[in-house]
Design a protein around this ligand. Structure first.
Ligand code: NAP
Length: 342
C-alpha cells in the first residue's frame, strides 16, 4: 500500500528563538512494505518527544557540535518517540511490535534499527514511555542520582522545574528526603510545583529582580545541589549560593540556546574555595541505568509517590508550535505530540 507521509522540516537554518513559521509541513509518497532482503523497519509514529536540544541542530553548521548531527532544510528530522511496526525486513522487529527510540517528526518513519528497541508498554500509557520512562526520565534520574550524588536532607535547587526533566528531578529529590526549591516562569507553574508535586518552595524567576538575593532567601543555609537546565544568570546565582563541596549538574542551558552571545560566568573563586563540582553530562552515557531507573520510577508511580506531568498536543501539524513553545515556557511537564491513534 502507498500512503502520503506528512513530515515537518525546517525551511532554513534557525538562529535565535524558533517561530512556527520557521517550519513547513512536507509530504512524500511511501510504500508501507519492505523489499525482500531489506533491513528496513517501517513504523507508524504514535507519540513524538519534543526536545529543546533539537534547536542546536537547526543552527548553522558551524554551531553544531560533534555530538549532534546538524539538520538540513527540507529533510526529515529524527527524534525520540514511540511507534508501531507496520512492516519489517529486520529480524529483530515484527509487524505489530511497539518500538521506542529514534523515529521522526512525521507520520511514518523508516528505520534500520539504529537506537530503536522493542517496547513492552507494561500496561502503562504509551506516552509514559516517551517522557517519564523515556529519555527525559532517564536524564532526570541519572543526572540527579549519579551526577549530583545526593544525600537525604540535602538542599536541592532545580531550574525549569515544571519542565519535563525538572519536575522529575524535584520529585526524585523529595522521595529521597531532600529540601527542594524549584524555579519556573509563571505563577501557575509555581503553584503546581508546591501544591501538586510536593516541592518545599518555588518561585517565578521572571519576577525576581535579584536572583542572588532570591536564592539567599530560599536557601538561608546554602544550596548543596543545583540541577541546572537553563544556564546563564541562574547558574551564576546558584554558584554564588552553593555550600562547601556543593554539586552542580549541568543538564541543559536552554536560555543560551536562543541567544548566541549569552554565556554563564560563574564566580570561579567561589568554585575553588568552596570546592564546588560543576559537571556537565549527557544521558547517553547512562543507558546502563535504564532497567534500575524504570523499575524505581514505576514503583514510585504505582505507590502514588510521584505524579506524571504531560503536555500533549495532537497531530503532526502541531509539532512546530509545540517546539517553539518550549522556548516561551508554554509547556507544563513533558511536551509530547500524539501523531496518531494506533
Ligand atoms: P522542558 O523543561 O520541558 O521545557 C523547556 C522549559 O524551559 C520551558 O517550559 C521553560 O519553562 C524553560 N525555559 C525556556 N526558555 C527559558 C529561558 N530563556 N530561561 C529560563 N527557562 C527557560 O525541557 P526538558 O526537555 O526538560 O529539557 C530541560 C533541559 O535539559 C534543556 O536545556 C535540555 O536541552 C536539557 N537536556 C539535557 C539532556 C542531557 O543529556 N544532558 C537530555 C535532555 C535534555 P519556564 O516557564 O519555567 O521558563
Amino acid at each position: 500500500m502507498e500512503v502520503t507521509n506528512k513530515y515537518i522540516a525546517i525551511k532554513a537554518q534557525i538562529e535565535g528563538a524558533p517561530e512556527e513559521s520557521d517550519f513547513e509541513v512536507k509530504t512524500e509518497h511511501l510504500f508501507l512494505s519492505v523489499k525482500p532482503g531489506s533491513n528496513d523497519i517501517i513504523i507508524k509514529n504514535l507519540y513524538i518527544s519534543i526536545d529543546p536540544y533539537q534547536l542546536n541542530r537547526m543552527k548553522t553548521v558551524s554551531v553544531s557540535r560533534s555530538y549532534t548531527v546538524g539538520l538540513t532544510p527540507g529533510e526529515v528530522i529524527d527524534a525520540f518517540g514511540v511507534g508501531k511496526v507496520i512492516a519489517s525486513g529486520n529480524s529483530e522487529f515484527e509487524k505489530g511490535d511497539y518500538v521506542a527510540g529514534v523515529i521522526s517528526w512525521g507520520e511514518y518513519s523508516i528505520s534500520q534499527g539504529f537506537m530503536l528497541r522493542k517496547l513492552d508498554p507494561m500496561g502503562l500509557p504509551l506516552s509514559y514511555h516517551v517522557g517519564l520512562l523515556g529519555i527525559s526520565g532517564l536524564t532526570a534520574y541519572a543526572g540527579f542520582f549519579e551526577v549530583c550524588k545526593p544525600n537525604k536532607g540535602e538542599k536541592v535547587f532545580v531550574s525549569a522545574a515544571s519542565g519535563s526533566i525538572g519536575n522529575l528531578v524535584g520529585q526524585y529529590a523529595k522521595q529521597l528526603g531532600c529540601y527542594v526549591v524549584g524555579c519556573a516562569g509563571s505563577t501557575k507553574k509555581v503553584n503546581l510545583l508546591k501544591e501538586k508535586l510536593g516541592f518545599d518552595e518555588a518561585f517565578n524567576y521572571k519576577e525576581a529582580t535579584d536572583l542572588d538575593a532570591t536564592l539567599q532567601r530560599y536557601f538561608p543555609d546554602g544550596i548543596d545541589i543545583y540541577f541546572d537546565n537553563v544556564g546563564a544568570e541562574m547558574l551564576e546565582a546558584a554558584v554564588s549560593n552553593m555550600n562547601l563541596r556543593g554539586r552542580v549538574a549541568v543538564c541543559g542551558a536552554i536560555s543560551e540556546y536562543t541567544s548566541a552571545g549569552k554565556r554563564a560566568a560563574p564566580d570561579m573563586l567561589n568554585v575553588i574555595y568552596k570546592r564546588i563540582s560543576i559537571q556537565g553530562f549527557l544521558v547517553g552515557d547512562y543507558m546502563s541505568l535504564f532497567p534500575e531507573f524504570v523499575s524505581t520510577t514505576i514503583d514510585h508511580i504505582q505507590r502514588g509517590k510521584m505524579h506524571v506531568l504531560e503536555d500533549v498536543s495532537c497531530g503532526v501539524e502541531t509539532i512546530p508550535s509545540a517546539f517553539a513553545g518550549l522556548f516561551r515556557g508554554y509547556n507544563v511537564g513533558k511536551k509530547i505530540v500524539k501523531v496518531s491513534d494506533e
